[in-house]
Each structure stands twice: as C-alpha cells, then as structure tokens.
Design a protein around this ligand. Structure first.
Ligand code: COA
Length: 386
C-alpha cells in the first residue's frame, strides 16, 4: 500500500441555499479543491462522491455520472458512495484505498446534499430511511426519537444532565460563530437550549443538527507526489470503518456505538497512536448526546465521563482535546452526504494552521468521525501534517 496525502480542500457555505442547485454546490466545492491543490482538472483519474438521498431530496440519482459531467470530467471513473450520514466519510475511505492500492493517482472526493428543497416532514422521513424501516421507522421512530432514547439511557446510567447536553450545543455554536461557512453563526446560551422547542424528550430544537444544503471536496494523491503541489503536506495515517445492527433494540448497550469503537481501533492501530495523541477532532454530533457518546467511544474520555468533560471545558478550542472546532454538525450544519468530507477539510485546515480564529495551537494530528444513522456504519480517519 502506498502512503496517501490530502493536497486540496474546497467547501461551499452550508445553510439554506435556495439560490444554488445540487449541481452548483458540488461543482463549486470541486473547483475550490482543485484550485487549492493547484492541479489541473486533467490530472484527475478518479472521482468518489458521497450522497445519501439525492433521489428523494432533489429527484436526482446517478450522482457519480452527474458529478463527472458537471465538472467537465466525463470519461473519468466516477463512483457514488451511500452510507446514510456517513456517505462522505465512506467515500473518502474508498478514495484513500484506491490511491493507496495504486489504482488511481489523483482522486477528487466530493460530498453533497441539498435537503431544504423539501418540507421538514419529508426531510425527516427521508433521513428515517437510514433507520430500520421495519422495526423503527414504521413505528414512527425518527432520528431525533432514536437519539432521545440514547440520551435518556445515558442520563439514567451515568447521571448526564440536561444542562451538560446543552453545553455541547453552546460550545459548537460558539465555534460555528467563528466559521464563515457555518449554517448558524450565532452564539447561544444554556438557557436558550433549555427553552427551545421540545423535539423528542429530552432533546430540544437546539440539541439537533439542522437540515442543510452544502458540499465539500478534497483531493488525494500518493504522498511521494504531494511535494510537487504543496509544502504543507497532510498525510492519512489511519483509516477505519465498521458496521453495527441497523436497529437500536438489537444492541446490548445503546450508550456505546460499537461501530465507533471498532473503526477507531482500526485507525489508531494503523496510525500507531493512542487517543491521547490526537490534537483536534471533528466528531459526528448530529444530536448533542451523539458528541458525548463519540468522545467516549473514541477513547478521549472514559465511558460516562464525556458529559463532565464538556462541562469542564475540556473540549473547547483551548481545551485538552478540542472537539468540533468547525461548529460541528450542530452549528456548521449537516448536509448529510457532505458532512464526512467537510470534517476532513476542517482537520486539514487545522493541521495546515489555516483555521484562523478557531485555530488549535500546534495541531499536528487530527481525527474525523462520521456516523451513519444511529451508529450502524462509521468511518474514522486520522491525519498528520508531515
Ligand atoms: N438548530 C438551530 N436552529 C434550528 C434548527 C436546529 N437544528 N433547525 C431549525 N432551526 C431554526 C430555523 O433556522 C428557523 O429559524 P427562524 O424562524 O429564525 O428562521 C426555526 O428554527 C424553524 O425552522 P424549521 O425549519 O421550521 O424547523 P423544523 O421544526 O422544521 O425542524 C428539526 C427542526 C430539529 C426537526 C430539524 O432541524 C431536524 O430534523 N433536525 C435533525 C436532522 C437529522 O435528523 N439529521 C440526521 C441525523 S442522524
């Protein structure tokens, strides 16, 4: 296997983007990534794109071909990857494996979703297709409802409080306020979260990631070639992927996502590092409880101690392990197919020292964690500036 580097990143703004089409978004992100890498589009010999449900959100399937066409890259092999909200993370892993194996030499990985063209109920139902249709969605269990069950159990098992959940949203909105591409750029308080509309007990509106439009893209090439394009080389040092049962009721413990534990073990092993070596991480905070679960399952904190860590400020930009400096899914936004690729872009910015007011001091190793549904799929990547 060859070593692989990320040499370019591109992001659109995330949010409710009425003026931009699905095609506009992914093309804009791809062009920005190509410009950032300083390559010519003609050098690209492979395309991977993460998109969860373009068919239901905008009536467009066959996304791989669409992206090649829009980018003026017809002829280049272009593959769509779908794994619900982890579609972007899994597309990145497929691209990494393709370059590492020697199949491709210059790959663009995109992630895109345009979710706000449909009404809220349709967006909720479309997202719920990633849960177990027969045993969960059919009975009305949407994702807010499933994560509400997890939050309730975590509160019961570990004494996690409503205020601690709110503090995740407060931190991520504060980070999002520093991110020009974020869906929400306003700071909020614990009281704002506690007084926002109830969604599914104990989760309220401000515990939820929003329904967003947006796209992200990154460029990968063999490490040995990266020096030609940049002197701030970011190497992929670990890549892990795992799966779990689709439905929550089939699991021994709903306070742990086994897919996160397994995917991160795989990535840490390949990178030959421990969780304490990570300087900055983007984790999948689709709901406030999800960030707490992630920081525990990734090994940053012991099980049950993730909520206390947020309360103590350990996960803030200047904390011991800064989490979701971009604003996370909560404030940066969650255009589902784009999320996993946008996480990579944020970590690359951090490792290159280009994250402006949200820069983590001396960040050298960063991690991304992208979840599908309520943890049935997961991708974890570890990047290092070399
Ligand atoms: N966080 C903060 N503000 C939000 C928000 C969120 N998650 N979602 C909506 N808002 C704001 C909107 O900007 C709008 O503000 P405005 O009145 O100032 O314009 C207001 O709340 C109402 O927006 P609306 O779109 O009508 O909200 P909604 O009630 O239809 O949807 C949720 C709210 C929480 C149900 C929706 O955001 C949601 O389903 N989130 C979860 C998405 C999800 O499950 N993703 C997959 C995870 S696995």
């Amino acid at each position: 296997m060859r070593d692989v580097a990320v040499i370019g990143i591109g992001l659109t703004k995330f949010g409710e983007l009425w003026e931009k089409s699905f095609r506009d978004l992914i093309t804009e992100a791809g062009i920005k990534a190509i410009e950032d890498a300083g390559i010519s589009g003609r050098e690209i010999d492979g395309i991977y794109v993460g998109s969860m449900s373009a068919g239901r959100f905008v009536g467009q399937e066959h996304v791989g071909a669409l992206v090649a066409d829009s980018a003026g890259l017809t002829g280049v092999p272009s593959t769509r990857v779908e794994s619900a909200c982890a579609s972007g993370g899994l597309a990145f892993r497929q691209a990494y494996l393709a370059v590492a194996s020697g199949i491709h030499d210059m790959v663009v990985v995109g992630g895109v979703e345009k979710m706000t063209d449909v009404v809220s109920t349709e967006a909720t139902n479309t997202l719920a297709t990633a849960a177990d249709q027969e045993w969960e969605s059919f009975f009305g269990a949407t994702f807010p409802a499933l994560y509400a069950l997890i939050a309730t159990r975590h509160m019961y098992e570990y004494g996690t409080t409503r205020e601690q959940l709110a503090q995740v949203a407060v931190k991520n909105h504060a980070n999002g306020a520093l991110n020009p591409n974020a869906h929400f750029r306003r700071k909020i308080s614990v009281d704002d979260v506690l007084n926002s509309s109830p969604v599914a007990y104990p989760l309220r509106l401000l515990d939820c990631s929003p329904v967003s439009d947006g796209a992200a893209a990154v460029i990968l090439c063999p490490l040995k070639d990266a020096k030609k394009y940049t002197d701030k080389i970011v190497k992929i040092i670990g890549s892990g992927q795992a799966s779990d049962t689709l439905a929550l009721h089939s699991r021994d413990d709903i306070c742990t996502f086994k897919s996160t534990v397994l995917a991160s073990k795989m990535a840490y092993k390949q990178a030959k590092i421990k969780p304490k070596d990570i300087d900055v991480a983007e984790v999948h905070d689709c709901f406030t409880i999800a960030e707490i679960l992630a920081t525990e399952d990734l090994g940053f904190f012991k099980k049950g101690e993730g909520s206390k860590a947020v309360e103590e400020g350990l996960t803030e930009i200047n904390g011991t392990i800064p989490i979701n400096t971009s604003g996370g899914l909560k404030a940066k936004g969650h255009p589902v197919g784009a999320t996993g690729v946008a996480q990579i872009a944020e970590i690359v910015m951090q490792l290159r020292g280009e994250a402006d007011r949200r820069q983590v001091k001396d960040a050298e190793i960063g991690l991304t964690h992208n979840i599908g549904g309520s943890g049935a799929s997961c991708a974890v990547h570890i990047l290092e500036v070399v």
